[in-house]
Ligand binder design. Structure first.
Ligand SMILES: Cc1ncc(COP(=O)(O)O)c(C=O)c1O
Length: 395
């Protein structure tokens, strides 16, 4: 007998892609390329391996769940730098917690936020649609109802906060907001973030702002929820950041949660029971990475050049736009599954059908169905070649 809630987990997008392409062969003589998974391939800066090696004597120690003062200080300084906060606007001792990648922390946030009931009603978890699959997974496993908020072209690819009805807000326990959004790349403005923070306070739910793509942008740096909190206070708010994209280090499994000291304290207690700790050499390497912005600027420049190439090839087609942040193209190809099959069969390209990143709405319409998500994670030459192949098939 296993937990029946497991049956309510959303389909894993990459398993669905494997099933879609099973039995379809890429063309002979063409090197297959995966543009499906958002795994940065630029490679982390050398300081990662160097710091790991220099701290190898610490592998023999159990790491503290709250991290080291050095790690928390590096993160606090980065938040102040990145978001133009006043010195001391965030207290590293009480407002920052390391996590072993944000995926598990985002998942665990539901265990933190969900009450047994909400005035007799099933607690709701608000999730943008399309969404990162972990949000719906955590709602499913905590017995909450996932309430999907359309985040389509019509809503600027972010949920329309004014459209959430009072009855839903009254039973909302948790809202996962992703900015810049995966897959659409839309970034919330500061006013939007402030509205979200006020909603969380007014209706006493936990606002989890997933800002994993905050450092990958082409134009202006996207605002962050800590800026909204600097103006309104941190109550009810948690923000999630990761080194996976910022430092091209998805294998490091290192990120942090910051925000409301009362929530951080409870999160720490929860994580003391069931959270993965960040090993001390990894914490030291992470500290070095958060203290350095130069490698991030180089990383951003690489993505910028790839978006330039994408724009040169795709502007005016498939609803192409340059996202505010992140490294995905979100292309309207009419039928995402059909396009993904053709791209694999005719060009050896794996892309993710948008439908696998979205839930059907009440009318049975899947807002991702017309789209494919294309990850610009390879080097410039490979990415350009991939986009040329894509164009040749879908033109
Ligand atoms: C929107 C979003 N949030 C969180 C994560 C998790 O990142 P990590 O666990 O590597 O920090 C990802 C990874 O792809 C993501 O796309």
């Amino acid at each position: 007998m296993v937990n029946p809630r497991l049956d309510r987990l959303p389909g894993y997008p990459f398993a669905r892609l494997r099933a879609l392409l099973d039995g379809v062969d890429p063309p002979a003589g063409v090197e297959p390329l995966a543009l499906s998974i958002g795994e940065p391939r630029h490679g982390p800066p050398p300081m990662l391996a160097e710091t790991l090696a220099a701290n190898a004597h610490l592998w023999g120690r159990y790491p503290p769940i709250g991290g080291t003062p050095g790690f928390r200080d590096a993160v606090g300084s980065w938040l102040v730098r990145r978001y133009g906060l006043a010195e001391g606007a965030i207290d590293p001792a009480t407002q920052i917690l390391p996590v072993a990648g944000t995926r598990e922390a985002l998942f665990m946030a539901a265990a933190l936020a969900l009450p047994d009931g909400r005035g007799g009603a099933t607690p709701a978890v608000l999730i943008p649609n399309p969404y990162y699959h972990v949000y719906a997974g955590s709602a499913a496993m905590t017995g909450a109802e996932a309430v999907f908020l359309p985040a389509t072209r019509e809503t600027g690819f972010l949920p329309d906060l004014a459209a959430v009805d009072e009855a839903t807000l009254a039973r909302t326990a948790l809202f996962y907001l992703c900015s810049p959004a995966n897959p659409q790349g839309a970034a919330a403005g500061l006013d939007y973030l402030k509205t979200a923070v006020r909603l969380a306070r007014d209706h006493d739910f936990v606002l989890c702002v997933d800002e994993c793509y905050a450092e990958i942008y082409g134009g202006e740096p996207p605002p962050g929820a800590v800026q909204a909190c600097a103006a309104l206070g941190y109550g009810n708010v948690l923000v999630f950041h990761s080194l996976s994209k910022r430092s091209s280090a998805p294998g490091l499994r290192s990120g942090f949660v910051a925000g409301d000291p009362a929530l951080i304290e409870k999160f720490k207690r929860l994580r003391d029971v069931g959270g993965a700790t960040v090993p001390l050499p990894v914490m030291a390497a992470s500290e070095a990475l958060w203290r350095d912005d130069a490698h991030v600027e180089e990383n951003r420049a690489l993505y910028r050049a790839k978006f330039d190439a994408a724009e040169a090839l795709l502007a005016g087609r498939f609803g192409f736009y340059r996202p505010d942040g992140g490294f995905f193209l979100w292309l309207d190809v009419g039928d995402g599954e059909a396009a993904a099959r053709r791209l694999w069969a005719e060009a050896g390209l794996r892309v993710l059908p948008g439908a696998y990143l979205a839930a059907d709405d009440r009318d049975g319409h899947n807002p991702g169905a017309a789209f494919i998500r294309v990850a610009l994670v390879h080097d410039q030459a490979t990415t350009t070649e991939a986009l040329e192949r894509l164009l040749a098939v879908l033109r």
